[in-house]
Design a binder for this molecule. Structure first.
Ligand code: KIV
Ligand code: ZN
Length: 368
């Protein structure tokens, strides 16, 4: 299955824009991570974005480089121009398909929207073979209309059809049902790859993406740390590890998981955007155990309380945090690491003192 990293959507975070040089550093890290496609920017939007697409096209060779455009000829021409150095270039074009977008944003009609979509895909095909069509706000679109426009986009030459839940509105069952509907009702659907593109407004982006994959989507559009417009995009590390943990999800990825943690830190540092401590997979506390029962369980057998081996995502080891909730097993574990081996009554007495101190201090460290 293909992972398409959305540098463009991921950068749509107020105050966290990257310079071209920083985007190149991220793009190289994504290449090392094994990302299949990088959406490098929206070239018509600014000279900076145009230059970033050119520079990333030169800097990386393995991933496909994708450039965004609206269903507007000038956008598509500029996207094609920005991709001229890409070894494998893709134009991503599309249009809004929900009643909101058709009526209030585009002030158009469903038939005219299909026509614009078809013309945009055909125009993009003049420049590149690989054209991804996005049906913006598909999550709130009429399913029959969505099926019709997807069919026409594929007929016009789209190689990938992107089904965004632009507003993060869908529940997992609903999003999966949209993908299933397209699989069942679009006669030429086997001529294109279906892509998921989910936003996290209800905290459902990962669940919706997985639901889409279970119904046949074979490209997922994601960002590291789930960064992106508003509440963000689908978090790449969550999807990768959900696939690794659940063999019932019938896909494989080429993502080199031990590089996940360092890539997460890199993105966080360059964007000056801290990762929430309890963020799945990459948060500071994702592999930290603080309650006595859990600590005892992890020390006896890691899998008692961990479904992922931290080293598999590049985290050195799980941590046993010493707090007033910790038990004797955790204290002993830390003392042993300091070369102080206590048992029985001696350990009990030290543990009593430890609890008195832990009630006063939040965390206890080796100096304590
Ligand atoms: O969320 C969205 O609909 C988008 C499109 C431009 C693909 O980002
Ligand atoms: Zn988006």
């Amino acid at each position: 299955m293909d992972f398409r990293y959305d540098l463009r959507d991921g950068e749509q975070v107020p105050g966290c824009q990257l310079h071209t040089e920083e985007k190149i550093v991220v793009a190289r890290a994504l290449e090392a991570l094994g990302v299949d496609i990088i959406e490098a920017g929206f070239p018509i939007s600014s000279p900076g974005d145009f230059n970033s697409v050119v520079a990333i096209s030169k800097a990386v060779s393995e991933p496909i480089i994708c450039a965004l455009s609206r269903a507007v000829e000038k956008d598509i021409e500029v996207a094609a121009e920005a991709l001229r150095y890409a070894k494998k270039g893709r134009i991503h074009t599309g249009i809004g398909v929900s009643p909101y977008h058709i009526q209030y944003k585009l002030r158009s009609t469903p038939e005219a929207i299909i026509e614009r979509a078809v013309q945009a895909v055909k125009f993009a095909k003049r420049f590149v073979e690989d054209v991804e069509f996005y049906a913006e706000d598909a999550g709130r679109a009429d399913k029959e209309f969505l099926a019709r426009i997807v069919e026409q986009a594929i007929k016009a030459g789209a190689t990938v059809v992107n089904i965004p839940d632009t507003t993060g509105y869908c529940l997992p069952e609903q999003y999966g049902a949209i993908i299933r509907h397209l699989k069942n009702e679009v006669p030429n659907i086997d001529k294109a790859i279906i892509a998921t593109h989910c936003h996290n407004d209800l905290g459902m982006a990962t669940a919706n993406t997985i639901s889409g994959v279970q119904q046949g989507a074979r490209q997922v559009e994601v960002t590291i740390n789930g960064i992106g417009e508003r509440a963000g995009n689908t978090s790449m590390e969550e999807v990768v590890m959900a696939i690794q943990c659940h063999h019932a999800i019938p896909v494989k990825t080429d993502i080199h998981t031990p590089k996940i943690y360092e890539t997460s830190r890199l993105v966080s540092k360059l964007m000056n955007m801290p990762v929430q401590p309890n963020k799945a997979i990459v948060g500071r506390n994702a592999f930290a155990h603080s309650s006595g029962i859990h600590q005892d369980g992890v020390l006896k057998h890691r899998e008692n309380y961990e479904i992922i081996d931290p080293q598999s995502v590049g985290v050195h080891e799980s941590s046993i945090v010493l707090t007033a909730r910790s038990g004797r097993a955790a204290l002993k574990h830390h003392l042993d690491a300091l070369g102080v081996h206590l048992e029985g009554e001696e350990l009990r007495l030290v543990y009593e003192d430890f609890l008195l101190l832990a009630d006063k201090k939040r965390d206890i460290g080796p100096k304590d």
